[in-house]
Design a binder for this molecule. Structure first.
Ligand SMILES: [Zn+2]
Length: 446
């Protein structure tokens, strides 16, 4: 029985993650993600997703080009989604129908997010939707068993996917961190990773986004502490307090609520992605944001912002989308005037995120900051800790799982080179047991 991996998306760019793992004549798809910058530019150029064909979206570069695995279509036994970020799940609605026999398997939280993503776009898929709890192995075919191993990231219920085969285990760790003190959910199941490492891990496919950074990513507890310092330790009693982060980062949102309560400020969440992820979390009971207001639809957001503008803003914390300076996000519109909001001198804006290090994010975020500066607003940047492993975490992950082969995922040439360099330092040999395949290049694992 041969085991092969075919990268489909995310191997050469940051986004549209997707891969196919073939185990003999059975196969499993790992992630089906969107390339977010292209999704944004598609809409800005007047494109309508609902009217475009899947092939048009593929050619535009918005979703992975799954034509490279066309001949293995019938082999696919499951589509497994590692976590709830859109660059890992949001192409499912377009591509899963190519494999109607395959159930979509992911955690209950990610499944809720996926369902909302599909209903927002008014798309239904023929595939069975099968939520799978973390750390509970599931046999999906004669030769394949799936296990979603709980690992912290910047959205709840993220996982390293273990694909158990008769020849050993393949680990797909695409987006997670090693965190001793997460602030929401359980600690990572490092014990299980180590246990597998003592057995036979034949390959590990690993998030290489921050492989060039010589560091260990700080815990979410550090980000919480940074946030506390800014929210409780700044003189902002009489001004608006506006914070932005990823809507998917429920742990961070929870910390923001905690500190707002201490300030006697009511939390108002604004933005579609805020609502989507908060609703999913509340529905499955992993958070309880009672006492806050959550508004997603643009007309409701518009009315609320207008109502808040100029009022006694020392009574509220506005938590909204727009940390990347995205043109359609709430903060960007508040600054541009598309939403009626009058900033006062020394209002505070907290960026509890980092700019995703690709264009057009870098430029649009810079523009947003310049406009805020012109309004004499106080800006607090980088109140954040990443959800991705840095180089020394990657080293630890490889040490604890001891894979025969390592493959970087989610990155460009620079990130993959850094990953490869690390692996070579650890004793792996280039093109012998550390490979950096590009989208569409088939790789024999065993
Ligand atoms: Zn992610």
């Amino acid at each position: 029985m041969e085991i092969e991996f075919i990268p489909v998306g995310g191997y050469g760019e940051v986004g549209k993650n997707m891969g196919l793992l073939r185990v003999g004549d059975e196969a499993v798809i790992l992630d089906m993600g969107l390339f977010i910058p292209k999704a944004v530019s598609f809409e800005e150029e007047g494109g309508h997703r609902e009217r475009a064909s899947t092939l048009e979206l593929i050619k535009y570069g918005m979703i992975p080009d799954d034509r490279v695995i066309e001949k293995y279509k019938q082999e696919v036994k499951a589509i497994v989604l590692s976590h709830a970020h859109l660059d890992h799940i949001a192409a499912t609605q377009y591509l899963a129908p190519h494999y109607p026999q395959a159930p979509v398997i992911t955690t209950p939280f990610s499944m809720e997010v996926l369902k909302t993503t599909m209903s927002d776009d008014n798309i239904k898929i023929p595939n069975q939707l099968k939520p799978l709890n973390l750390n509970h192995p599931l046999k999906i075919s004669k030769n394949i068993e799936i296990e979603l191993i709980n690992m912290p990231h910047s959205t709840p219920q993220s996982s390293v996917v273990a694909v158990h085969t008769p020849k050993g285990t393949v680990l797909y760790g695409n987006d997670f961190k090693l965190d001793e003190s997460p602030t929401l959910g359980q600690k990572g199941n490092v014990k299980r990773l180590k246990q597998l490492g003592k057995g036979n891990v034949i390959a590990a496919i690993v998030d290489a986004l921050y492989a060039p950074i010589h560091s260990k990513t700080p815990s979410e507890a550090i980000a919480k502490s940074l946030l506390k310092n800014v929210m409780l330790g700044s003189e902002n009693n009489h001004n608006a307090l506006i914070a932005t982060t990823f809507g998917s980062h429920l742990a961070r949102l929870k910390s923001m609520i905690e500190f707002s309560r201490k300030l006697d400020r009511k939390v108002v969440f604004l933005g579609r992605s805020m609502k989507k992820y908060i609703d999913a979390g509340q529905k499955i009971g992993i958070i309880n944001f009672a006492g806050t207001e959550v508004l997603g639809y643009s007309n409701m957001v518009k009315r609320k912002v207008k109502k808040l503008s100029g009022k006694s803003l020392d009574k509220y914390t506005i938590i909204c989308t727009g940390g990347q300076g995205e043109s359609k996000a709430v903060l960007t519109k508040m600054v541009s005037g598309a939403l009626e909001f009058k900033f006062q001198k020394e209002d505070s804006v907290i960026f509890s995120n980092k700019v995703i290090p690709t264009e057009p994010n870098i430029t649009s975020r810079k523009k947003l900051e310049e406009k805020l500066e012109a309004k004499k607003v106080r800006i607090f940047k980088d109140v954040h800790s990443s959800g991705h492993m840095a180089r020394e975490d990657i080293r630890d992950f490889i040490k604890m799982t001891n894979p025969s082969i390592v493959i970087p995922a989610q990155g460009d040439h620079k990130m993959f080179s850094a990953f490869s360099e690390l692996a070579e330092n650890m004793g792996y040999k280039k093109n012998k047991n550390v490979f950096t395949p590009k989208d569409g290049e088939k790789l024999k694992i065993s």
